[in-house]
Ligand binder design. Structure first.
Ligand SMILES: [Zn+2]
Length: 486
């Protein structure tokens, strides 16, 4: 630093890292004695193994002597090729930028691999990585470990979880923010030392404070998010997420809760971004020359991801029913426990609902045809709760539609059970009947009435998350099995 500002630097002190500057050895020794005596007064100890002396003559490091401050205080000498750590950064006469970067990269990538090899769940992995990252290499690794499909939306990785993204920190924008904040900090200060620094930093540090121009901004989260929404394939899920009939906050439960295996979350993101290797995708996006893009199971229509997850007639009787039943069973079990009809909680795949459960207060039906005087087309809802005392019946039906079909599915089902509700009210002289539709879409979007309906059944809100988990695990399972079949 030039002397024109009349500024002298004789030390820098950051928390507990202290660097002393002196014109010669005698002066340095005097400074060190002050530090030693001060250190003793406040009953601290100098970490001598981490201290070093650097002798410089005419801008070059020379091999001087170790310094004996007092009897038990000897500080080693740092040779020309050696570096030491100041504020965690390797330095000698200057900061070794290239070396520091290489070491950082090595260490970072090594840590990232360790994290990916550990069997953490998806949420914890992204939290661990967020410290810092090297974006491209990191995505390559994420892909290698199955957490990020190569054609899935890159932008989505960096969109916050609350907006349906995967909440990964982008190092480019992190770096930009740090540079911007530090520039502001130094440039706005009135301290002579800071002012001198600002005048000297002509491209010496990334802050480049001599320049009055702010460094160019990388794309921000809103822009990333807009691009993700705008893409024809990638945009379908985020667009559905914003629809009125969708409870966005609860739809993103699974990302917030972070219980999925990393590979499962990666697979689900690929399904939502529609980059799964279906025949339609292979032909129209990958431009592969394949004999047919019709569904390998039913041959009726194009094999798209929507077809596989929600409308293949071959999958309907088994796969879709299993998924539907998993959601229905989660609710049936919760209702049965709440009303004292069963005691033990079982895992959903082991839970076999009884067709009728009954005690003095409640009668609970599972997939049971209800007898009416007048024949009724739809007389077999998934669940019926008969509250004896109040003479009330709650008809509960479950549906798992495609993402953009939640509203229609909801209304259609309500209409479907109108006749039954009316007949039951007449026959059993009920005070009221209600029809509660429980809707979660194939990709786990929660229909907006689900919270209210869960409350009306007297059940805990947490059940929505459990139910959603069943649905998305089934969807990823259906897709995986479909693609590995011929
Ligand atoms: Zn099909």
């Amino acid at each position: 630093m030039s002397k024109r500002n009349g500024i002298k630097i004789n030390h820098q002190l950051y928390i507990d890292d202290l660097k002393l500057y002196a014109a010669n050895e005698e002066q340095l020794l005097r400074e060190l004695k002050i530090v030693a005596s001060f250190t003793e007064t406040i009953k601290m100890e100098m970490g001598l193994d981490k201290c070093a002396v650097l002798h410089i003559k005419r801008g070059k490091i020379t091999s001087g002597e170790a310094m004996l401050v007092q009897d038990n205080l000897k500080i080693q000498n740092l040779g020309p090729e050696e570096t030491y750590k100041y504020l965690g950064i390797q330095q000698g006469l200057e900061i070794k930028t290239a070396e520091t970067k290489a070491k950082f990269e090595d260490k970072f990538m090594g840590r990232l691999k360790k994290i990916l090899q550990s069997k953490l769940n998806a949420r914890s992995i992204f939290t661990s990585i967020n410290l810092k990252a090297i974006d491209t290499q990191m995505r390559v690794l994420l892909t290698k470990y199955g957490m990020h499909h190569p054609h899935a939306s890159t932008n989505r990785l960096y969109v916050p979880i609350k907006d349906g993204g995967r909440g990964l920190q982008n190092i480019e924008s992190t770096h930009h923010k740090v540079v911007k904040d530090m520039r502001e900090y130094f440039l706005s200060s009135n301290l002579p030392f800071f002012k001198a620094l600002c005048e000297e930093d002509n491209n010496i540090t990334p802050l480049n404070m001599v320049s009055r121009i702010q460094p160019p901004e990388p794309p921000n989260i809103n822009e990333l998010s807009a691009v993700w929404h705008g893409k024809a394939l990638h945009g379908r899920y985020p667009t559905a997420l914003e629809r009125n009939e969708i409870d966005k906050e609860r739809s993103l439960n699974y990302l917030k809760a972070g219980y999925l295996f990393p590979e499962t979350e990666g697979r689900l993101a690929a399904i939502q971004d529609q980059v799964v290797s279906t025949r339609a995708y292979q032909r129209s996006i990958l431009k592969k020359d394949i004999p047919s893009d019709r569904c390998r199971k039913c041959s009726r229509t194009m094999e798209t991801i929507q077809h596989i997850t929600s409308s293949c007639p071959t999958l309907a009787p088994r796969e879709y029913t299993d998924r539907h039943n998993a959601l229905a069973k989660a609710y049936h079990q919760a209702i049965a426990i709440k009303n004292g009809l069963i005691k033990e909680h079982s895992k959903i795949h082991q839970y076999l609902p009884k067709e009728i459960l009954e005690n003095n207060e409640v009668k609970l039906y599972w997939d049971h045809p209800l007898i009416t005087d007048r024949p009724i087309l739809h007389n077999r809802p998934d669940i019926v709760v008969f509250l004896k005392e109040e003479r009330r019946v709650i008809i509960v039906d479950i549906t798992v539609p495609a993402d953009d079909n939640a509203e229609r599915a909801y209304t259609e089902k309500i209409i479907k059970y109108h006749d039954l509700a009316f007949e039951l009210k007449e026959i059993y002289k009920l005070t009221s009947t209600s029809i509660l539709l429980l809707v979660i879409t194939t990709n786990g979007l929660v229909e907006k009435h689900l919270l209210e309906n869960t409350n009306r059944l007297g059940l805990d809100e947490g059940l929505i998350g459990d139910a959603q988990k069943e649905v998305i695990l089934w969807t990823t399972r259906i897709v995986r099995r479909f693609l590995t079949s011929s």
